[in-house]
Design a protein around this ligand. Structure first.
Ligand SMILES: [Zn+2]
Length: 314
């Protein structure tokens, strides 16, 4: 998949699975042919998308309010090999920590729909664009990630990025209980990452080998935060970019490669608001585009790998 030029219908995109997860955005009416590892091809069409508010404490749905809760759902109706399948997500509740759709040999993570955003007639604003340049809104109607269901999101186990909450991820431990990926900060501001509450100076470890890393924002340079970024280029060309914000200090010098499992920083504590936390970001860069997606997809694998390799990982 060197390019991903949209072709005329009936098949707009033709892609093959590989050993890392594939992000893609599609419009309603688009169809994608996805070749599994076995060679079998599955055709996925986007039929419809939606977003709706389930409950809110906001007095005015257009005005953010400090600490106000808002729960919403967003969904997509796919047609997969001729069968209609609806997927609906709920944010920010316990259901934010979700499993992908498993259908016809394909895993599909429904990451976001444009319909939830105010610019497209919905209700969400961007929270983290002006300072951290993180935009949650998809450019097209829906953003998904896709993988052959017999393969994992990448070809190696991941080390925990930080001490994993013992009983699994809880929405209550995401800042004030709302800051999962695209959680509704102050009611209607889409949160551009996953917050995990932990004490200041909690260790952060490399989930996988990191080729290069540095702060891209720092208080010392006049920014409002210390924001760390590390990158890993997979053999297939996909570039994974990992970010941690509110970092008090690095334990490995900038631009020195980091081995999986090595502590590279202390987390939480710098401008981390009313609850000390780390803000994690997962960005995937492909030749055909850049996609900021739910870091829970990484953390879910860290939990899986901890079960599979209890002696190897913390
Ligand atoms: Zn955050």
């Amino acid at each position: 998949m060197s390019t991903l030029a949209k072709k005329d219908s009936p098949l707009n995109y033709d892609i093959k699975c590989r050993d890392t997860i594939i992000p893609i955005e599609l419009d309603k009416g688009d169809s994608l042919q996805f070749a599994l590892k076995s060679g079998q091809k599955v055709i996925i069409k986007v039929v419809d998308t939606w977003a709706k508010i389930i409950s809110t404490e906001l007095k005015d749905i257009t005005v953010p309010e400090s600490g106000a809760r808002l729960v919403y759902r967003f969904g997509c109706k796919f047609n997969i090999d001729g069968k209609d399948v609806e997927v609906e997500r709920e944010v920010p509740t316990a259901r934010s920590f979700y499993e992908p759709l498993d259908f016809c040999g394909v895993h599909i993570w429904l990451d976001g729909v444009k319909a939830a955003f105010k610019r497209a007639g919905g209700f969400l604003l961007e929270k983290d664009f002006s300072k951290a340049k993180i935009r949650c809104e998809p450019q097209k109607d829906v953003r998904i990630l896709i993988q052959d269901s017999s393969l994992d999101i990448c070809p190696e186990p991941l080390h925990p990025w930080c001490p994993l909450p013992e009983e699994g991820m809880r929405i209550e431990d995401c800042y004030r209980g709302e800051d999962c990926w695209m959680g509704s900060y102050d009611g209607i501001c889409a949160h551009g990452g996953l917050d995990i509450n932990h004490p200041a100076r909690t260790p952060l470890w490399a989930p996988l080998d990191i080729d290069d890393h540095a702060y891209f924002n720092s208080v010392a340079m006049g920014d409002n935060n210390n924001r760390w970024r590390g990158t890993r280029r997979w053999e297939n060309g996909s570039l994974w970019v990992l970010q941690a914000h509110h970092v008090p200090g690095l334990t490995i010098e900038e631009h020195v490669p980091i081995k999986k499992g090595q502590q590279f920083a202390w987390g939480a504590g710098v401008w981390s608001g009313v609850v000390d936390h780390s803000h994690f970001v997962f960005r995937i860069i492909e030749e055909y585009g850049e996609f900021i997606v739910d870091p829970w997809i990484l953390f879910a694998k860290m939990y899986r790998d901890r079960e599979l390799f209890p002696d190897k990982f913390i």
